[in-house]
Design a protein around this ligand. Structure first.
Ligand code: ADP
Length: 366
């Protein structure tokens, strides 16, 4: 008896992607199977480079193939798993002629019920974090009334540039970004409303040369104004992230933001609880705002919970200094941010699968 590629593939069809709840063959994640006597090599293509389930998938794949080998009387099979990643497109709408950004796979809005809860901080760190995992990421400052990105990305000394009719995005910290704060006097933008705001936002979103992106994160203005409506009309959104602090009053505002997205037909990818707690010099955790409040809200509304961020002085310092990557050098903070990015990436893959965005199988077997 001997091990064949067919036997290995059959074994792989019993391994589930834990987030997506379907097997690797059905999900078209098995890209190659090579069998050489007792040695097996499989290539698995993840649906995001920030996949939180990579280690589990690897051990499940090895276990399933070794069990299949045992069934063939081979007790000492060696299994090598190599991973690649390809973020799948959101859905068919992204290939429609009417989509102004067909090369952007996922547009993700980041909203909040009110200002000051850390929406821009979360947007910046999600964008930079996803890029650290290897994704191609853009960040659009949709907060045209109060753009924070020039400061948070350290763009003060960088000039805006255009080619023909196209804005060239800033390229810093591993991401592409665009903000009105570098194009007009922010004090003027403050009084824009209605058509003016819509026009400015549309131009920023569609006239920037984003190139090919896996994720375009859009930092929205706080509350429920014109820009989310413009965004939902303009681009096919994969979904929205809601940033909320734990207090009851913040939750009430966040609920309104959730309802607004639902009315616009935009799925909620998850809730982030920011300023969840504070770690004092004594190392003790202080639940200043009632830790767990936003998490409880997410659960009560049936929304995915992406995780929390503590109040951390380095988050504030690095936002003010425009050095987001330095957050990953802070013990505990980098892994916290990575976990948020991974949970968001997983939710994007789940939303993509449920929208029918996964393509036909292309397995190469040898
Ligand atoms: P929003 O976009 O919701 O108005 P910001 O992201 O601009 O909020 O955050 C408001 C202020 O709070 C900024 O100075 C930011 O650096 C700070 N901040 C946000 N989240 C945290 C946090 N978890 N820890 C420390 N400071 C934070």
């Amino acid at each position: 008896m001997s091990l064949t590629a067919d036997i290995v593939t059959t074994a792989l069809s019993t391994v589930l992607d834990p987030d997506l709840g379907k097997d690797l063959v059905t999900l078209n994640m098995v890209k190659s199977v090579e069998v050489d006597g007792r040695r097996v090599r499989v290539g698995i293509e993840l649906t995001t480079p920030a996949c939180p389930m990579k280690d589990k998938i690897e051990s499940d794949v090895k276990r399933a193939i070794r069990a299949a080998a045992m069934g063939e009387g081979i007790a000492d099979a060696t299994v090598e798993v190599t991973f690649t990643a390809d973020v799948r497109k959101a859905n068919q709408r992204t290939t429609d002629a009417g989509n102004p950004l067909p090369r952007v796979k996922h547009v993700i809005a980041v909203g909040a019920g009110k200002g000051g809860v850390g929406k821009s901080t979360v947007s910046v760190n999600l964008a930079v974090g996803l890029a650290k995992f290897g994704a191609a990421v853009g960040l659009l400052d949709g907060d045209i009334f109060g753009p924070s990105l020039p400061t948070m990305l350290g763009l003060d000394e960088v000039g805006a540039a255009a080619r023909d009719n196209t804005l060239l995005p800033f390229e810093r910290h591993g991401i592409k970004s665009m903000t009105i704060g570098k194009l007009v006097d922010p004090d003027k933008a403050l009084i824009w409303r209605g058509p003016r705001a819509h026009g400015a936002f549309t131009q920023l979103a569609t006239q920037t040369d984003w190139g090919d992106l896996d994720y375009l994160i859009v930092d929205l203005p706080p509350g429920t104004g014109d820009v989310p409506l413009s965004l939902a009309q303009l681009l096919p959104l994969t979904g929205a992230v809601i940033v909320c602090t734990p207090q009851r009053v913040a939750q009430d505002d966040a609920r309104r933001a959730v309802r607004m997205f639902e009315q616009l037909g935009v799925a909620i990818l998850g809730v982030v609880e920011n300023m969840s707690y504070f770690i004092g010099d004594d190392g003790k955790e202080y639940d200043l705002f009632g830790r767990g409040g936003a998490e409880a809200m997410a659960h009560s509304m049936g929304l995915p919970y992406l995780g929390q961020l503590p109040i951390h002085i380095e988050l504030r310092k690095n936002a003010d200094a425009g050095t987001p990557l330095a957050n990953w050098e802070v013990p505990g903070l980098g892994s916290n941010l990575d976990a948020l990015c991974q949970r968001l990436a997983a939710q994007v893959s789940i939303a993509t699968m449920s929208s029918g965005g996964f393509l036909q199988p292309t397995i190469s077997v040898s």
